[in-house]
Structures are given as C-alpha cells and as structure tokens.
Design a protein around this ligand. Structure first.
Ligand code: NAD
Ligand code: UDP
Length: 339
C-alpha cells in the first residue's frame, strides 16, 4: 500500500513540481485545487512525466462543506502539503480582503479537516516576505519576523501564527513551514512551469515573455539601490530544488525527526543575484539580447534578500543544487514550448 499525501494547490506552479517529486518517490498523491490560477491540463502533464496519474479533486477550500467532504473522502492520507493560496503581491494591496479571506480561510478549513481526520503531518508554503526588510543578510530563521509590506505577505505571517497556536493545543500535529525565497525555473521535460495569468508580476516570466515577443521590453524597477550595480538582489531557487525540499520536510515529520511541533526553514540557495545578473544570465543562455529600460523603484521592494540555507542543510539534508544559468535556461525552454 502506498502512502497517501494530499497536495492542496496541487495543479499550481510549485504544487505540480512537488507532485512529480512525490510520485517519483513512491507516494500516492491527491491534488486539491479550485483551478483559480492553474489548469486541469497539469494533471495530464504530470502523467506525461511520471507515467502516474495523481487523483484530482476540484474543490474550493474556502467552502467548509467542500473541504470537509474531500478530506473525509481522503481521510486515510497521512500528510498534507498546503500550497493553495492567491499570490499576486500587488493585487493583494488593492484587494486585501480577497487575499486574507482566501488564504486564511483555505488554511483554517484545511487545518480543521486535517485535525478531524487525524492527518497530523502538515507542510506550509510560507515566504521570505515574513522577514520584511531584514536587519542583515544572509537571513537566518532566528531573524525576527516583521509585518510584511503587503496583505499577501501578511497572510503568510498570520498563517504561521495560526499554526503555532494550533500546535500548542493539538499535540499530535507536526508542522513545517517553508519560507521560500525566489522560486524560478521549470521542469526539464518542458511539461511543467510557471503559468502567470495576464501580465506577469515576477521578474523571470516577464523576461521570458519579453524575449518571446509578448512584451516590448522589461522594466527594471530601479538602479539606485545600495547594491553592487544598483538593482535589487534576490536569492533565486530552482523549482525542482524547492520540490525536493518539500519531500525532505515531509519525510522529516513522517519519520518523527522534527524537534518541535512547528519548525520553520528558509528555502533558498544562499546566493544573491541582482536584476542585471539575471538579465545577463538570460542573454548568455538564450543567445539573444533582452530589451530593457531602467525605471523607478517598485513600491515595497527591498534592496537585498538572501537566505541562510544552513538550517535546511543541517536538519533536512537539503541544499539547492542548480545554479542561475540552469534555472534561467529551464524557464526559457518552458516559455518556448508554451508558444
Ligand atoms: P500558484 O498560483 O501557481 O498555485 C497556487 C494554487 O492554489 C493554484 O493552482 C490555485 O488555483 C490554487 N488555489 C488558490 N486558492 C485556492 C482555494 N481557495 N482552494 C483551492 N485551490 C486554491 O502559486 P505557486 O507559485 O505554485 O505558489 C504555491 C504556494 O507557494 C502559495 O501558497 C504561494 O503563496 C507560495 N509562495 C510562492 C512563491 C512564488 O514566488 N511562486 C514564493 C513564496 C511563497
Ligand atoms: N523586477 C523588475 N521588473 C519586473 C519584475 C521584477 O525589475 O518586471 C525586480 C524586482 O524589483 C525585484 C526582482 O526583480 O528586485 C524580483 O522581483 P519578483 O517580483 O520576481 O520577486 P520578489 O522578490 O518581489 O518576490
């Protein structure tokens, strides 16, 4: 009998890559998603890669009734990886209630169903945004969290607080919150990758959509930051490395190796690259010039975010293995295959 794991937000960008990693490791996988930001075709694409078809449940986790029903049906699962959330930072500033309502209701309903069905192992998608503008880089998990700049980011911080409170009273629960830095890249098969709806907010899809001709040029949001070339520095991590981090985190709690009911790990490469570094890496791997223009800063951007990935290495045995050019090349291959 295979061990059943539920992946919420499972047809999304990171969820689908994680589903592949779990299937390839011998788990039975159930995807739950309302498809508000992903496509049902992802299920077939996961099958094309793995030869295995995950179960798919189209469910809005904000509906308590639908959530209860699907978890009752899959009450024999022993773990949940919770990706389901809305993630557009700018939109969350315009529509704070939509973001708090969706991200926190879906989380609380999922946790409630998990507790009722005694599914005691839970992995949560958090974000480096919970550190706000950190005092220093690299950022370790010891760094104090601050109020994030956006309702999206704050929904992650509040989500962590809710889970912390829950583990105080539900002693059987084991939770790991993974704070991702900047996930980019795509599956090497070309079957899975990031599928932004409308104009991308993030750098990598904006670059590849510009290069393919969907956008005239990339706008670089400011070159007057206190960094080596004036553009902000981020810690980019390949989505395949990220998927592997979920597998390792899951195995840590399934094997009872966690040292407290709620643990937190940074998931980043520990290396920082500026916006111009990413553009130049793209130009090298694609062999084409990228049209770009320096413009004003984007509100809420901080100069530098780099993780200390030491704790994940020590406790999860995880480290990012793929470099910037490999990440950028895979994103470019995905974009070309899409068009
Ligand atoms: P994504 O939008 O591709 O995937 C999220 C999935 O959740 C989508 O398929 C969407 O349809 C689904 N969903 C949203 N609300 C739902 C609901 N109420 N019920 C059921 N399904 C719902 O995003 P992603 O990039 O794969 O991100 C996955 C998780 O990682 C999210 O929680 C996100 O906040 C977090 N995260 C992402 C990044 C990033 O840069 N991609 C960085 C840090 C954290
Ligand atoms: N960025 C940019 N132009 C864009 C999108 C992003 O210059 O069209 C910059 C942004 O200012 C940040 C970096 O690229 O410094 C990464 O931004 P992204 O939105 O991908 O991730 P974030 O770090 O904001 O979560």
């Amino acid at each position: 009998m295979k061990t059943k794991i539920i992946i919420t937000g499972g047809t999304g960008y990171i969820g689908s890559h994680t589903a592949v990693a779990l299937l390839e490791s011998g788990y039975e996988v159930v995807l739950i998603d309302n498809l508000c930001n992903s496509s049902i075709n992802t299920v077939g694409n996961i099958y094309s890669i793995t030869g295995l078809r995950p179960k798919m449940e189209i469910v809005d986790l904000c509906s308590k009734k639908e959530c209860d029903e699907v978890f009752n049906k899959h009450g024999d699962a022993i773990g949940i990886i919770h990706f389901a959330a809305l993630k557009a930072v700018g939109e969350s500033v315009q529509k704070p209630l939509r973001y708090y309502q969706n991200n926190l209701t879906a989380l609380m309903n999922t946790l409630d169903s998990a507790v009722k069905n005694k599914i005691n192992n839970f992995i949560f998608s958090s974000s480096a945004t919970v550190y706000g503008q950190p005092e220093k880089v690299p950022i370790s998990e010891q760094e104090k969290t601050k109020r994030p700049f956006s309702p999206y980011g704050n929904s992650k911080k509040i989500g962590e607080e809710i889970m912390e409170d829950l583990t105080l009273v539900n002693k059987e629960l084991s939770i790991i919150s993974l704070r991702y830095f900047n996930p980019i890249g795509a599956h090497k098969s070309g079957f899975l990758g990031e599928l932004p709806t409308g104009t991308p907010n993030n750098l990598m899809p904006y670059i590849t959509q510009t290069a393919i001709g969907l956008r005239d040029k990339l706008f670089v949001f400011g070159n007057d930051y206190p960094t080596k070339d004036g553009t902000p520095i981020r810690d980019y991590v390949h989505v395949l490395d990220l998927a592997d981090a979920h597998l390792k985190a899951l195995e840590r709690i399934l094997n009872g190796q966690n040292e407290s009911p709620m643990e937190v790990f940074n998931i980043g490469s520990g290396k920082g690259y500026s916006v111009l570094d990413v553009i130049y890496a793209f130009e090298r791997v694609s062999g084409q010039k990228l049209p770009y223009e320096i413009t004003t800063r984007r509100e809420g951007d901080v100069p530098e975010l780099i993780s200390s990935a030491d704790l994940a290495n020590e406790k999860l045995g995880w480290r990012a293995t793929r470099g910037l050019e490999e990440m950028v090349a895979s994103a470019w291959e995905w974009e070309k295959k899409l068009r």
